[in-house]
Structure formats: structure tokens, C-alpha cells
Design a protein around this ligand. Sequence first.
Ligand SMILES: NC(=O)c1ccc[n+]([C@@H]2O[C@H](COP(=O)([O-])OP(=O)(O)OC[C@H]3O[C@@H](n4cnc5c(N)ncnc54)[C@H](OP(=O)(O)O)[C@@H]3O)[C@@H](O)[C@H]2O)c1
Length: 296
Amino acid sequence: MRIALTGPTGQLGTDFCAALGAAVIPLSRPDFDLTDDVAIRYCLDAAQPDLVVNTAAYNLVDRAEDEPELAFRVNSLGPRTLATWCADRSIPLVHFSSDYVFGLDVDRLVPYSEEDAPGPLSVYAASKLQGEYFVRSLCPQHFVIRTCGLFGIAAVRGAGKGNFIETMLRLGTARDELTVVNDQHCTPTSTADLVSATIELIQTSQFGLYHATNSGATTWCEFATETLRRSGLTTPVRPVSSDQFGAKARRPGYSVLNSGKLESAIGRPMPGWQNALERYLDERTRVQQPESRAAN
Ligand SMILES: NC(=O)c1ccc[n+]([C@@H]2O[C@H](COP(=O)([O-])OP(=O)(O)OC[C@H]3O[C@@H](n4cnc5c(N)ncnc54)[C@H](OP(=O)(O)O)[C@@H]3O)[C@@H](O)[C@H]2O)c1
């Protein structure tokens, strides 16, 4: 099988490359750019894939408020071209979206299912939602997978926009105290676990919209506290509200996803977020050991 993979340098893309090996045809910049329709079609024509997996995205949530056109070109119009190319050839397309398509329901306290109406609060979220709609409406053989707060080992080497764990470990070492929001409830998710679940899902050929996160729920403040504790850092973490933190883009107060549909399809739940965090930190130590030996 030939699998064209966009975003092979990102967190999720790196783990797909590791899991799928020689089957992957990586599509990366500068040759492949999601803002360039001609380049997308040229690269896909050359790759002749049996399956397209789109992990590439514009993920800078706050900056997107100032760059809406770019966010929509990458997250919405690029996926539209992928979807039409795949549909014309009856090829399946796997596309990733975000828990941030929810948030408008400020009283929400129950995990969102695929049937719940979205309500994006930011430019990034709206661009991801429109990308979903294009893929779902234009490409019948689609897997659209909403996930949340990704952390993948590629971020240790600076891949993509990085991840929350790396930011907390960096700031936890550099500062006397961290301030982290405690009013955003969600489920940070391991890209390694997401790749395993996605590969199992693809094999079912049960196309559609899916929620896929690690099990359980937490807040960014609790996640930061657990990350530092499990890493042996004693830097205090001070909880603040989203209003006090003052990020440019609005984020959901509650965006926990119900992954029950995925669990039924693949016959198992994804591991809990604490377990995923522990494995990430172990892997991080392994990845960094050869680097520190080489530096000495
Ligand atoms: N990260 C999260 O917390 C999170 C949460 C929910 C959903 N998601 C979704 O999950 C998917 C994977 O995210 P991730 O964390 O793996 O992302 P990531 O680490 O930030 O990587 C993004 C990838 O997209 C590529 N890319 C960006 N703009 C591009 C363009 N114009 N043309 C072609 N490639 C481009 C980047 O390439 P370069 O190396 O060239 O920059 C990089 O390979 C995305 O759909 C994202 O929206 C992520």
C-alpha cells in the first residue's frame, strides 16, 4: 500500500512515519504546500497513493486571530483540494480536526459526541471546522478524526509548533513559578496512541467522523502539575482563569470528547492520559540520553 502523508515533520506525522515505515510517501514543504492547489495536485499525482493521510495544519491558535486568511487556506481550502483529489479517484482520506470546534456552549459538562453541534470560538477553530465540512461533504471515503492537546516525541527536537509538556518543562526549569489556566477541561492526547488507534480504525473501513483522545479528562493546570511532579521538578504551578491569563484567542471551557464511537469500531478504549504522559516522559528520557552523551 502507498500512503501519501502530509505534515511528516510534525508531531503526529513523525509518529505515522515511524509506524507505517516504507509505505509512507512523505509530502512536505517546500514542494508540497497546502496553500498551493497546483502543488497539492502535482505531488499527489506523482505519489499515486492508495490512501492519503493529512496531518498538516496551521496550528498557531493565537496567531490565527491576526492571520485568518492563512489559517483558512491551510486548514480549510487545502483539505478541500485533498478531498476532491481523493474523491475523483475513490481513494480514502484521513483528516484530523480539533476539540476546539466546540466551546460555544459555556454550560457544557458532559463529553461531546460526534452528533453534538459544534460552536467554534476562534479563527483557528472555525478554520478547522470548515476543513472538516469540506472533507466530509466532498470525499465519501473519509475518516475525520477530532482530537485534543497533542503531545508527540518529535516535539523534543522542535517539530511543528511544539507541545504543552515541552513548554511546561522549559518554563518549569527557567522560572520560579508557573501560571496555568485551570478553567479549560479537556483530554491531552499522545500522538503515538492516536496513530495506533487511527491505523486500527482505517482497517475497519468504517468511514465517518470520530472523536479520538486518550481516556479521562483534566485541566491544563492539573496536566502541568502532573508533568512537573513526574519529572521531579518542584516549581509551583499557580492556577489562573482564562480571563486572567489573557490569551488572544478564546478557548473552550469544556471540550472533553466522547470517544465511544471509536472504541466500538476498534474494540478497545485508548489508554488514560496519565498513562500516556508517563510513557511520553520515559520516551523523552530515552531520546535525550544519546543526545547528552554525544554532547559530553
Ligand atoms: N497540536 C495539538 O495540540 C492539536 C490539537 C487538536 C488537533 N490537532 C490537529 O492534529 C493534526 C496534527 O497536529 P500536530 O500537533 O502534529 O501538528 P504540528 O506538530 O504543528 O505539525 C504541523 C505540520 O504541518 C505542516 N504544515 C504547516 N503548514 C503547512 C503548509 N502550508 N503546507 C504543508 N504543510 C504544512 C508542518 O510542516 P513544517 O515542518 O514545514 O512547518 C508540520 O509538518 C493537525 O490537523 C492539528 O490541527 C492538533
